[in-house]
Design a protein around this ligand. Sequence first.
Ligand code: FES
Length: 151
Amino acid sequence: MTRETPSSPAPAPDVAAGPGLTRRRALCGLVVALAAPGVLAACSSDGGASAPAPPPGGTPVSSIPVGGGTVVQGPNGPVLLVQPTAGTVKAYSAVCPHQGVTVDPPVDGTITCPGHGSQFAAATGALEKGPAETGLTPVSTRVVNGAVQFA
Ligand code: FES
């Protein structure tokens, strides 16, 4: 006794493409990781290598959220530009004095380091909570034509 096959069988799933695609993606990820470690480093928050360069004329004050901030590349590393109140711009090194992780822009007046939770006052950069032992280092800036430039 033989079994009849259906006249129009459903297409078999492309088993070879599924696992092959997965392997390919995994290999591509591995290649990227091995060939371009800088790409991965750019994804991390320590060292600030991923901070974008400010526009040629400086960072527009209008692009810095009031009560918040933005991290840009400064002359000596990442710089956190904050605007604690409208029209008042402060700049600090975004490198946490504890172990060098790039701090986050402020929320509710407080800058927090994602590394180990140190906190700093957005208005002054002063240390509010450790493990860091000092505040953020101020960075000298000036506002020219509504844009923050490094002095
Ligand atoms: S690196 Fe910022 S708290 Fe540790």
